[in-house]
Design a protein around this ligand. Sequence first.
Ligand code: FAD
Length: 398
Amino acid sequence: MDKRYVVIGAGIAGLSAAEAIRRQDSRGRIVLLSGEAELPYARPMLSKAPLLSMELKKLSLRQPSWYRSQDIDLRLGVMAEELDPGAGTVTLRGGERLAYDKCVLATGARNFIPPFPGREEVPLCDVRTLEDLRRMRRMAEGSKRAVIIGGGVIGLEVAAELYHYGLETTVLEAMDYLMPRLIGPKTSDWLRAQLPGLHVETGVAVAGLRREGQTIFVDEKNGRSWPCELLVVSCGVRADTALAQQAGIACERAIVVNERMETSAEGVYACGDCAQFQGFNAALWSQGQEQGRVAGTNAAGGCAVYTGCDTSLVLNLDGVALFALGDLGQSGGADYEIEESSWGQRKTFQVDPRRPAVPGRGLRVWKGEKLVGVSLMGDLTKMQAWKTQLLKERDGGK
Ligand SMILES: Cc1cc2nc3c(=O)[nH]c(=O)nc-3n(C[C@H](O)[C@H](O)[C@H](O)COP(=O)(O)OP(=O)(O)OC[C@H]3O[C@@H](n4cnc5c(N)ncnc54)[C@H](O)[C@@H]3O)c2cc1C
């Protein structure tokens, strides 16, 4: 009998898994469930392409004909509500029950909205789905001021878009510097100086949110207040483990998987933002794509092992190019040694005409004898060479 596969979630991880299953098993029956109503799309573009003018349908990863040609039964706007690994069934909202031989969990992540006092009283936006983006567009119309809580990559990208849309834009970051998870204080200072259009406040402790008429106020603990008509929260994500937990599958911060993407339940795999391998989840596109491939290949009887993914940050924010990889001071401690280099005025990107050219600069960060982090600012010509050097040192010179 042909094998039956159910893939839950049709982001990049679920799509890669379905694709890998089909590559391995030309006859099996594949059902790919998406809780969203749209064809699977390029989620990272939600904050990169011009937020307020982009043609959203251009984001689709595959056309409907591709799913037909691969004989993948893609079901849009369909939530799986229950997983029973003992019985080998997935129950859908509405009651339909699908029997499977192998199941892949690719349920992704949800945005984390901190429990700010007053949160229920104000309309706030976050960006995870196309539907969120449409809502933000509607709310941006008629707004003059935007406040973004969270100075990570997505918060800054969204802020730059809103600024170009014409909104007076303020970014509030709780830590003492921007992108606290990814870059150290020095790279952050440089980045901040390149974004004169944005008002950036760091070290902000939000006391609460409130509303007076159409105006939303973000109140700080130190008494300052930030008024706006559009409030966006970008404070990271939490893995969506609801279905796995209900099924009794081992979860920590995310669903625990081994190098074959197997979970603690026989016949059930997990991949992408919902999974953690060796206690870690990078919540990156490349990770979802590769883990999906590994999960799908193994589910269909092949043999694949996940060995990690490229976690480097490459950002082109508002014409400002930045590359960062490794520990640039963000993990704390005073024993960093930083080598700073500057090499001329060559530009590798188009600079906003209102801004001065950004000269190329680089940082190499050492702990004792060991190179632990690199970043390039402005000119990324040396990116590959520096990345290779860091990875080589990290792997013990192999
Ligand atoms: C605005 C933005 C910008 C980003 N920029 C970058 C970037 O520059 N570089 C980068 O590497 N990464 C970036 N990311 C992160 C990247 O998009 C994610 O790591 C990646 O999309 C994760 O893919 P996934 O398939 O694991 O999960 P997701 O893309 O979250 O997909 C999971 C899907 O599963 C569905 N689902 C959940 N539960 C169920 C259920 N019970 N039944 C049916 N369906 C269900 C969800 O509705 C969702 O559609 C960005 C993310 C966002 C939001």
